[in-house]
Design a protein around this ligand. Sequence first.
Ligand code: UGA
Length: 431
Amino acid sequence: MKITVLGLGYVGLLTAVGLANSGYEIIGLDVDIRKIQMLQNENIYIYEPGLDEFVKENAKKGNLTFDTLENVSCIDSEIVFVAVGTPSQSNGSADLSQLNNALEYVVDRASNPLTIVVKSTVPPGTGKKIKEIYLEKASFSHSYVSNPEFLREGQALKDWFYPDRIVIGGDDREATTLISHLYKDINAPIVITDVTTAEMIKYASNAFLATKISFINEIANLCDLTGANIDGVVQGVSHDPRIGGSFLRAGIGYGGSCFPKDVRALDFISTINGHSFELLKAVINVNNRQRFIPIQILKREMGLLSGKKIAVLGLAFKPNTDDIREAPSIEIINLLIGEGASVKAYDPIVDGTEKNCYCQEAVFTKNIWEAIHEAHAIILTTEWDEFVNLDWFEVFKYTQSPHIIIDGRNVLQPRLIKEIGFKCFGIGRNT
Ligand code: UGA
């Protein structure tokens, strides 16, 4: 069966390669000629463990090809997956312009009836509107399916092969059955719903996970004030299966291309539907506030930060990705620079200068030792293994008094770090 995948970002690329791996004939399309040229040479443009080998392996089999949108005049596949971005607009709403362009493109070039599957995260109700605007007056009778994606950056391959569930929303039984069969190699529960419910499932999932993070961050903040220890609290509460233990790691807050934008979009959707989603507003506010904590600690410990040398370890919003979208690190660097500090930042994968981190006055170093050289304080913003496994005795020799470490991800062993001579602060760890 021939399948087109339109939009080759994280989700689209994984979908294209994953389905090619299941034996389907895949053509991946993107507007970006640079991406296409790289893929045609079996290279990829995102850092994702294992993905380059997976692309190479499947490209060799011959059932995976890539092209630019411009080069394709006719779509003759049976299924088209649409996986374009839906970024935040300044009012928090999702910008659907890429999606609209993609649908117009698909409908214009279709040479037969298609099953159009939207993987992009879109506000509940979008599918219904798309059907009215694009599909009802199309030359062929196309079906529409919502198939939201739940993969995580950094472990996208694992999430493709072992998802917790597959959600398929559609009003046409034949179409939902067709799409369910595509996933026959994957052993996961399949949830079949209507289109709007599938769209809502994606927002509810991300918003719930973000809520867990902001909730535990507030408990951690209270731990710091009362003398409790967040690690013990999480251990204690997570034995209750109704609560569970995942997504309860306190720190400087969530970032990335999904949680921040999806939580804001859901808040916006609530507002335009006449509902004020108070809990979500609090989730956003708590998350924004967490990023100030390292600066507050530094000011408390050192007074004015002007002229102080601060090393920021980690730019990516989480380990095993080169994504810096809405990464707490970027805001923390800018806050430090605003206080007059001299900032050096290092990330094992992200080259801050190349990635245009918008931190003009920060210095991005090629290795960790340059970043920490004579630093008064270190802020750990991303829990890369390289940082967790550092020789902290060696680090101590490079830094200068007051030798502060702020563990923004609660991954270091505070007792050990303190024994070396550092002043170590986590989030809610009271150590
Ligand atoms: C998230 C969801 O987990 C995926 O299921 C979803 O498919 C994806 O968004 C999306 O909508 O495309 P992702 O953004 O890749 O995936 O990253 P997560 O692993 O969920 O982490 C998000 C942020 O939360 C990171 O900044 C991480 O550091 C933070 N986090 C996570 C915490 O602060 N504490 C935790 O306990 C867990």
